[in-house]
Write a protein that binds this ligand. Structure first.
Ligand code: NDP
Ligand code: 2IT
Length: 460
């Protein structure tokens, strides 16, 4: 099932043929990069209505240009483990698009990282960053390094080696990395220390997600999770509903998941389940978030330890089984493609009302179709999880001004940004003949800002 409703005019047919032709070239050039091709397909299909209406985007070759990264850097990361063995990982930075600002996007450390993963994330970041209304281009990076089970010393030596090469390509006005899976404040701290040492100057704005004692912004830790809940609250409000008294399932138990649970609970929801890559916990009394924070943020343990502390709760060793738990609101906050067509159907038959993507591309294309066909309120990642990068951009602004704003001030700005993204995406969906379709609306609204800037700047 296509995500975009079929409209058959000559212009639409022309736009569809053009999109198919460019997509074929993308497929040939990026063979076997399934995650990347999935992300491109979703965006391209939803752009058909705007390409049909505004042909300058076709004549200016915007799709051909926007899908090709400005630059891809791949490098060797050698380091020595605690036993004295030499290890080698691969590092990446994709500098995707700088039409509206310096490249901006996180770094992911996970064994599954490869060019396809980094390119899908970098491509999505272009549109997400444009949606925030802040002057940031799109980029992403990372490594196939697996932080699990590594000592603090190993993490430090790896991140220092990673930054020793990466520092050649980044800077506060050039490319500003931050965290993603496997990269939190500890890793950002070590990378910032190494960058400072290599550069011999205090360039605070080179990384975001720093500790608040040395240039970090308040609310950055909470921003993605809180932002996702603020976004979903807007979707619910339009239907006369809210988080209050809702049952919520949140996958993952990392940075995004923990703060999505915190805000959902604050708004009166009962969060009954969360997970890690090994399995999920179900607590019918409602998850005890202090326990999750202690296990995950402090002790870096597995989620199954939760049931040792709260024996009434249940642990199931199957990550994707979490979607069989009945809930009103589902917030996938772990990883890409964690909700497939079957999980989506199960969620629908259990009566899910809203899905908000805290993770990047957590729903497959088939899963998205299931939600849309069944009128589930669906908040796509580019819009729903844009709170993290938004507060990163606010961190850059504070660093440039050499100021620090209060928690309340940053939180209020975050809320405003999320409301605005919702409003702009809904308006774009309405204007392009797909009322309520936030996938289409978010993609078009983000695309338009970047494409117009690209046209103004000539063929570069
Ligand atoms: P963390 O590393 O803090 O947490 C990731 C969580 O997801 C962990 O519970 C982890 O389990 C689980 N997970 C990771 N990979 C897999 C996998 N392959 N299968 C099943 N579970 C998995 O990362 P974040 O919370 O920062 O990121 C989560 C998602 O949110 C990602 O998609 C990321 O791209 C996205 N995101 C993050 C932002 C941020 O600001 N941090 C901003 C916007 C989006 P385990 O510990 O067992 O690996
Ligand atoms: O996917 C994302 O938006 C992030 N990982 C955050 C990027 C950032 O620069 O804060």
């Amino acid at each position: 099932m296509p995500i975009v409703k079929e409209v058959n005019t000559t212009e639409t047919q022309f736009a569809r043929d053009y999109v198919n032709e460019v997509f074929e070239t993308v497929k040939k050039r990026n063979q076997n990069e399934n995650e990347f091709l999935q992300a491109v397909k979703e965006v391209f299909e939803s752009l058909i209505p705007i390409l049909a209406k505004e042909p300058q985007y076709i004549s200016q070759g915007i799709l051909e240009r926007i899908v090709e990264p400005e630059r891809i850097i791949s490098f060797r990361v050698p380091w020595v483990d605690d036993k004295g063995n030499v290890k080698v990982n691969r590092g990446f930075r994709v500098q995707y698009n700088s039409a509206i600002g310096p490249y901006k996007g996180g770094l992911r450390f996970h064994p599954s990282v490869n060019a396809s993963i980094i390119k899908f994330l970098g491509f999505e970041q272009i549109f997400k960053n444009a949606l925030t209304g802040q002057p940031i281009g799109g980029g992403k990076g990372g490594s196939d390094f697996d932080p699990k089970g590594k000592s603090d010393g190993e993490i430090m030596r790896f991140t220092q080696s990673f930054m020793t090469e990466l520092c050649n390509y980044i800077g506060p006005d050039k490319d500003v990395p931050a965290g993603d899976i496997g990269v939190g404040s500890r890793e950002i701290g070590y990378m910032f220390g190494q960058y400072k040492r290599l550069r011999g100057g205090y360039e605070a704005g080179v990384l975001t997600g720093k500790g608040v004692g040395y240039g970090g912004s308040l609310v950055r830790t909470e921003a993605t999770g809180y932002g996702t809940v603020y976004f979903v609250e807007e979707m619910l409000k339009d239907k006369g509903r809210s988080f209050k008294d809702s049952t919520v399932v949140v996958s993952g138990s990392g940075n995004v998941s923990i703060y999505a649970m915190e805000k959902a609970m604050e708004l009166g929801a009962k969060v009954v389940a969360c997970s890690d890559s090994s399995g999920y916990i179900y607590d019918e009394k409602g998850i005890n978030l202090e326990t999750v924070k202690q296990l995950k943020e402090v002790e870096r343990k597995r989620i199954k330890e939760y049931v040792e502390i709260h024996p009434h709760a249940k642990y199931v060793e199957e990550f994707s089984g979490i979607w069989s738990i009945p809930c009103d609101i589902a917030l996938p906050c772990a990883t890409q493609n964690e909700i497939d067509e079957n999980s989506a159907k199960t969620l629908v038959s259990n009566g899910v009302v809203a899905v908000g993507e805290g993770a990047n591309m957590p729903s497959t294309l088939e899963a998205i179709s299931v939600f849309q066909e069944n009128n589930v309120l669906f908040g796509p990642a580019k819009a729903a999880n844009a709170g993290g990068v938004s507060v990163s951009a606010l961190e850059m602004a504070q660093n440039s001004a050499r100021l620090s704003w209060s928690f309340e001030e940053v939180d209020a700005k975050l809320k405003d940004i999320m409301k605005n993204i919702y409003k702009e995406s809904m308006e774009a969906a309405e204007n392009y003949n797909a009322p309520g379709n936030l996938v289409l609306g978010a993609n078009i609204a983000g695309f338009k800002k970047v494409a117009d800037a690209m046209i103004s700047q000539g063929v570069v």
